[in-house]
Unconditional design. Structure first.
Length: 187
């Protein structure tokens, strides 16, 4: 009978076994959670990069269509300072492209509060209000051909710097104004 009682006692779980099991379970759960955290962070990085690329492509496609139909650069500014007579790359906050002989008919692109806005307002000194894209840190512009002023340029190089979270994306494009009076001078 004593042998039988000993067998029944061995069937129970000791406190030490419970502690070891809980410790191993905690280690396994923390490993699984760290894998999920790394996967989520990678997803967020990839998603932010995708969003920045999408925004850049959307902004440039829209801008290119409007700039191609333009005749000239009517206004280009950094805050309130005009850059129209500058001949090199400039940080800009607003650019207006004239698309008609009427000076008040302009396509306007303006960067404000990390967003870029578009408008076709008359007169062009009003702020643009239609949201075109987000995450725009800075917009740079350079007249083409090199050495000409923005006033005399028949093309423009635009460079955008976008940022979302810790991700940054930069893109640039040269866009020719097809209706420019200087288009015949292109080499």
């Amino acid at each position: 009978m004593d042998d039988m009682n000993r067998k029944n006692c061995k069937k129970g779980v000791t406190l030490l076994e419970i502690i070891i099991t809980l410790g191993l379970t905690g280690i396994i759960i923390s490993l699984i959670l760290s894998i999920f955290i790394v996967a989520y962070n990678n997803y967020k990085i990839i998603n932010d990069q995708r969003e920045l690329q999408f925004q850049a492509q959307h902004i440039f496609t829209f801008m290119a269509n409007k700039i191609k139909a333009s005749m000239s650069i009517e206004q280009i500014r950094y805050n309130l300072k005009s850059r129209l007579s500058d001949t090199n790359e400039q940080t800009i906050t607003k650019v207006c492209f004239r698309y008609n002989e009427n000076i008040d008919k302009c396509y306007i692109f303006e960067v404000s509060n990390k967003k870029i806005f578009y408008d076709n307002v008359i007169p062009s000194n009003k702020p643009a209000v239609v949201l075109l894209g987000e995450y725009v840190d800075e917009m740079y512009s350079c007249p083409v051909p090199e050495g000409t002023s923005f006033r005399d340029a028949h093309a423009i190089k635009i460079r955008l710097k976008l940022a979302k979270g810790n991700q940054k994306y930069e893109v640039e494009q040269i866009i020719y104004m097809r209706n420019s009076k200087n288009v015949s001078n292109i080499n």
